[in-house]
Design a protein. Structure first.
Length: 626
């Protein structure tokens, strides 16, 4: 076998399984009630004008006593027993990776001031290259090259106009490429009397400008419950926001009451009008509530009008049940329903053990819920934490539901590494063409040695059962030890396709900082077919010339091609850093003229680089005069 050496990680374990059919003859059930709710805009905030920011935060530093009798301690004991049952030191069930590696583009260290634990990383990037990165406690905004647009804005200051005094936590961010806007949500309060869902919509495509803020009730049916754990996804016209409702004074492990979904009109939200929404609740299958609804984002961009959701039996010690649900239309459609169905996967998922770090420090992995999902070409791909029975460690579960609108089948694959643990995956479509089922899986990793300190990276899935080795975005400097006992790893990571660049996915993950706090890395990954920054041979079949050169504000480039080619045309600085990708598209054979404005460039020397697959096919020095 060929060893893939990636930053001290030996090889990826792939347990790839055959498919199992959806239960024959099973009909989807109508599985929810609903009601319409209207919420007035509660406040606006121009984040560039926020001056006073105290960054308030309350963090519980006590972990459950290992021998305690609480339900939380019981769950920790179950996880430890599962790990011990299956742990096989030096387990050698290794299969060579069968897919090429994605290449790492730009990256940045973000959200550097931390008051909240865990990180709960999420991010969104616009077509214009603006990035919103969120963690527990704060918001950072960058451009795609890492320049800070706005930093260290606390969730509390962002939402101060709402006059909600509860703790702010569980932030999420997404970008709407149709409306060219950003959406951020976070939660307020841990009791029914203080609980709200805060949702903010940017008024323009500039996240450093003004936002419309809304406060949805955290106890919408007045059942003495509070809201926890939000996830968001978009269709063309609506936002879908799922949350869990918990009983007062109980942890998420045992205090679960039900999961609900807010279906929200986007036009009202962006305009700052009263928010029109439909609340779906009492979502059940077989008389039992379905928990932890994971909405399914369309891979290539917002679709609709329907929205799918994934779920499972997340606290099971071993289960193969997969739930798939669907809201069938827009919220005002008279025939809209919430349908609940389920099937059986060929590969079981299991309650994951905690991750092990140096000196036996541990990172919490929570449970086996589905954490992220997308749909493309009629197939849903979803990811979550699970137990790797070959090693007894926490691993990545990657599942696929094929032919979603027809004869559904579900398959599962466990992706693990025998030298450590994987945790909290996110997934995004990485296709180069519409028919592709390629994906990037963003992942946090950790291990018991100095070479496997907690970090984050990406794994490319080729759409046909092949997985790349892990490509590290940011390695850890130290293990994480921010609280006593089992440390918090983060409840999720973030991944989003760059909607106007085929084959490009951005991610946000966690790494161990030198002071043993969790750090945040935001990174760009490119499809393996897109050439990276390593020097490659020039293809003499291409001829290029650029004029005028030197230039002031405009220039043109002529390309002569012997055959059609998919080209990447980009500008690089003299230090070898990509300044801007100008175009990535199919160019026809013969002579082609490409024109560009050089006005955004500062005076200096640059290189216009043209690449085709694995080759640099043309490179011209550009001198910008002023």
């Amino acid at each position: 076998m060929v060893s893939h050496k990636i930053w001290g990680m030996k090889r990826i374990v792939l347990l790839i399984c055959i498919s199992a059919a959806w239960i024959p003859g099973l009909l989807a059930q109508k599985g929810a009630d609903s009601k319409m709710i209207k919420t007035p805009r509660s406040a606006t905030v121009n984040v560039s004008e926020v001056k006073e920011d105290f960054h308030p935060s309350v963090v519980r530093v006590e972990a459950p006593f290992p021998g305690g009798n609480t339900e939380k301690a019981w769950l920790e004991n179950q996880k430890a027993e599962m790990a011990a049952k299956y742990r096989q030191p030096d387990a050698n069930q290794k299969v060579d990776s069968t897919a090429a590696s994605p290449w790492l583009g730009d990256k940045m260290i973000s959200n550097q001031v931390i008051n909240g634990v865990p990180n709960d990383n999420d991010m969104a990037i616009s077509n214009g290259g603006k990035i919103v990165s969120v963690i527990n406690s704060n918001i950072y905004m960058h451009d795609e090259f890492g320049a800070l647009l706005l930093g260290n804005l606390s969730l509390n200051a962002w939402s101060a106009g709402l006059n909600l005094t509860g703790s702010k936590f569980d932030p999420r961010a997404l970008y709407d490429p149709i409306h060219d806007r950003f959406v951020i949500t976070c939660l307020n309060g841990f009791t029914d009397s203080t609980s709200y869902v805060i949702v903010g919509f940017s008024q323009t495509n500039d996240p450093t400008g003004t936002w419309n803020l809304y406060a949805l009730p955290g106890d919408p049916n007045q059942d003495s419950l509070w809201t926890d754990y939000p996830i968001m996804a978009l269709t063309e016209h609506e936002l879908f926001l799922t949350v869990n409702l918990l009983y007062n004074n109980q942890p998420w492990q045992t205090g679960f009451n039900q999961s609900i979904c807010w279906q929200i009109d986007l036009d009202n939200a962006y305009a700052g009008d009263s928010l029109e929404s439909r609340l779906w609740f009492n979502i059940q299958f077989g008389g039992r509530p379905v928990r932890n609804l994971c909405p399914v984002q369309a891979g290539a961009g917002p679709g609709g009008p329907n929205m799918y959701f994934m779920s499972n039996r997340n606290l099971s010690l071993g289960n193969d049940t997969v739930f798939i649900m669907e809201i069938t239309d827009t919220m005002n459609a008279p025939g809209a329903q919430f349908l609940v169905d389920h099937g059986i996967s060929n590969r079981q998922y299991s309650l994951p053990p905690n991750a092990v770090q140096q000196l036996n420090h541990q990172l919490a992995t929570n449970d086996a819920r589905w954490l992220d999902a997308f749909i493309e070409n009629g197939n849903i791909q979803f990811v979550g934490n699970t137990l790797d029975t070959a090693s007894g460690r926490c691993a990545l579960y990657h599942g696929t539901v094929t032919d979603v609108t027809g004869a559904r089948t579900v398959t599962g694959t466990i992706v693990a590494n025998p030298d450590g643990d994987y945790g909290y995956p996110a997934i995004a479509w990485m296709g180069m063409n519409p028919a592709d089922n390629d994906a990037l899986i963003a992942i946090n990793y950790a291990g018991p040695t100095a070479t496997t300190r907690p970090g984050c990276g990406g794994i490319y899935y080729d759409g046909n059962g092949g997985y790349s080795p892990l490509v590290v975005a940011q390695s850890g400097v130290s293990y994480i030890n921010a609280i006593n006992g089992t440390d918090r790893w983060g409840d999720y990571a973030g991944a989003q396709r760059r909607y106007n660049e085929n084959g490009v996915v951005w991610m946000a993950g966690t790494f161990g900082k030198s002071n043993r706090d969790p750090g945040t890395c935001v990174a760009e990954f490119h499809h393996p077919l897109i050439v990276g920054s390593e020097p490659v041979p020039v293809n003499a079949a291409f001829e290029t010339k650029a004029y005028p050169n030197p230039t002031v504000d405009m220039m043109s480039v002529e390309l002569t091609l012997e055959a059609d080619a998919f080209l990447d045309i980009s500008i690089w600085d003299v230090e070898g850093k990509r300044v801007k990708t100008l175009i990535r598209d199919l160019v026809r054979s013969g002579t082609n003229r490409f024109s560009l404005s050089t006005s955004p460039l500062a005076a200096g020397t640059y290189f216009l680089r043209i690449t085709d697959g694995d080759h640099i096919v043309g490179e011209k020095k550009i001198v910008k005069l002023k």
